[in-house]
Write a protein that binds this ligand. Structure first.
Ligand code: THU
Length: 132
């Protein structure tokens, strides 16, 4: 695992949060996904008047990256409410796991960071090996 600057990544997540489209929940989230090649791809949550269409910040960052041909990832930082840590939802854990099971998950509350491994946050994950 390459070394990387956690504070730089959390700052990028905090910066991405400003673009959050959260007019229904008012819960603004930013994410910054670090690729193995050093590229950082950001995302924010994008909500819909048809609530179920809402996309989380983490999935926006991941799909942006994949759609640009960036496919190998080291870490993702997530920022939501100042002073609180925001763990990724179950759907995001699954999609991130499908592409980067060894990913580091960095949560920031704006002041402090917490670091987890995605495979610890999604034990007994469903994965493509099961598809046969
Ligand atoms: N949300 C995220 O963007 N990421 C998370 O990890 C948790 C939830 C968004 C989805 C929705 O726009 C709002 O936060 C409230 O659920």
């Amino acid at each position: 695992m390459k070394k990387y600057d956690i504070n730089n990544l959390t700052q990028k997540a905090l910066g991405a949060r400003q673009f959050s489209q959260a007019k229904y929940s008012h819960f603004e989230v930013g994410a910054a996904l670090l690729a193995e090649n050093g590229t950082i791809v950001t995302g924010c949550n994008v909500e819909s008047s048809s609530y179920g269409l809402t996309v989380c910040a983490e999935r926006v960052a991941l799909t942006k990256a994949l759609s640009e041909g960036i496919t190998k990832f080291t870490a993702i930082a997530i920022a939501a409410k100042d002073g609180e840590f925001c763990p990724p939802c179950g759907a995001c854990r699954q999609l991130l796991y499908d592409y980067a099971p060894d990913l580091d998950i960095i949560l920031t509350n704006g002041k402090e960071n917490k670091k987890y491994k995605l495979n610890d946050l999604l034990p007994l994950a469903f994965e493509d090996t099961q598809l046969g």
